[in-house]
Design a protein around this ligand. Structure first.
Ligand SMILES: *Cc1c(COP(=O)(O)O)cnc(C)c1O
Length: 426
């Protein structure tokens, strides 16, 4: 009999390098494969499964909505879409929401906003600045915006007008901007790029620069948003973390209103596994995308919106953002301990909350896996120890557990990671 993997290879387009596991079901932070092996899931569907697997209340909400209404299109109104939009606006600030089905689509809306805003100037601002090592999705606009060559290879001609500069470098921003610049797009914490956080000073200077030069400041929060860092949006957490001596104010919460992007894209954890994307646009700019300028047939269907509203309700009720912050600190401390024991193998860890990366020293991947980078090899070894992680670049492994992960589960994951590190070649 053919295996699932053989059938997948003959039936599915080969765009993914997959690990050799076929999953059948999950519960909370745990996943089970078709051979009944158990794994602790710190891959989280790549920062998607915000409430883990098979959350009973989420499943109940899904079932109730399925019985009522799944889809009617955006020719009409539905209550779940209105309610979710109101909730997201309440969490971010005065603005308007566009719903789509993925992160790339949420970014597409950011990029169309940049274009239509830029074209409203007599000098036609047609340039968008993004960051080296950024990742903005796999559509043509997404790969054009992305600051990594590997996603673009073979797809010329790309969308024009994108320039990539070093992250956290305000001088590069100033040098590269011109009267033609309509927008700057950043991730609060670069995910695919290896868990690189924006520096608080950079965010504040960037906000100021964009204000002074009529440049939109656009946030790709697809991976770093949605409570994962401990705040709804990563910039709030980054500015909260700002060392006191660097601020003129006592309370960092006073800083937050000073810093709000002009638009924010969201997806991944927003749907907890159900496909949904959303783009928030501040009330100062939302009028640029009026009737007929953009759309999505599925976008904001009542089922997707009900799922997302329920997730937010559970996160708020059960204080899972605080949990994400605290468990993130525990995870980071545990990783730091391992770094002390293995300075030859582990370089350090970084990130905020439950968006964490552990950086590996480079090593020669042994036979027969020479074709994969050290990060993927480490994930493969971790899988054999019952721990799921996600590679980011060649030398970082990501820890992206569900927001409700328990202290015991962090300990368990650390123990399995420790075993994995012991097995790595020097
Ligand atoms: C995952 C990701 C995307 C793309 O999201 P999709 O849902 O795969 O289209 C865009 N930006 C960032 C920062 C991401 O992490």
């Amino acid at each position: 009999m053919e295996t699932y993997i053989e059938r997948a290879q003959s039936a599915l387009l080969g765009v993914y390098k997959r690990f050799p596991i076929t999953f059948s079901h999950g519960k909370g932070s745990w996943l089970y494969d078709t051979d009944s092996n158990e794994y602790i899931d710190f891959a989280g569907g790549i920062a998607v499964n915000s409430l883990g697997h098979a959350h009973p209340e989420l499943n109940q909400a899904i079932n109730e909505q399925v019985e009522k209404l799944i889809h009617v299109s955006n020719l009409f109104y539905t209550i779940p879409q209105i309610e979710l939009a109101e909730k997201l606006n309440a969490l971010i600030g005065p603005g308007k929401i566009f719903f789509s089905n993925s992160g790339a689509e949420a970014n597409e809306c950011l990029i169309k906003l940049a274009r239509i805003y830029g074209n409203s100037f007599s000098e036609k601002k047609t340039e968008v600045i993004t960051m080296h090592a950024s990742f903005h999705g796999r559509t043509m606009a997404g790969i054009s915006a992305t600051g990594q060559e590997k996603v673009k290879l073979g797809f010329d001609p790309l969308l024009s007008g994108f320039t990539h500069i070093p992250f956290n470098d305000i001088e590069a921003v100033k040098k590269t901007s011109s009267s033609k610049t309509s927008a700057i797009i950043i991730e609060g914490i670069q995910g695919e790029g290896g868990i690189i956080s924006a520096k608080p000073e950079f965010l504040l200077e960037l906000r100021k620069w964009c204000n002074e030069n009529k440049i939109l400041l656009l946030f790709d929060a697809v991976q770093c948003g949605f409570f994962r860092t401990g705040s709804f949006q990563s910039y709030a957490e980054i500015l909260r973390e700002m060392p006191k001596e660097d601020t003129t104010k006592d309370s960092c919460s006073e800083l937050k209103p000073d810093f709000i992007p002009d638009a924010i894209s969201m997806a991944k954890s927003l749907g907890g596994g159900f496909p949904i994307g959303a783009t928030w646009i501040s009330d100062s700019y939302s009028h640029y995308l009026g009737a007929g300028t953009h759309g999505s047939t599925y976008g904001g269907n009542p089922l997707a919106c009900k799922v997302s509203s329920k997730i937010i309700e559970i996160i708020e009720r059960d204080n899972l953002a605080i949990n994400a912050r605290q468990m993130g600190i525990k995870l980071s401390n545990g990783l730091s301990e391992l770094e002390k024991m293995h300075p030859d193998k582990l370089k350090g860890n970084r990130g905020l909350g439950l968006l964490r990366g552990s950086e590996l020293h480079s090593f020669k991947v042994p036979d027969p896996y020479q074709s994969i980078p050290p990060s993927s090899y480490t994930c493969l070894l971790a899988q054999k120890n019952g721990l799921l992680l996600v590679p980011a670049g060649d030398h970082v492994v990501r820890f992206l557990p569900q927001l409700g992960v328990s202290s015991n589960e962090i300990d368990e994951a650390l123990e399995r990671f420790s075993k994995t590190i012991n097995q790595l070649p020097l």
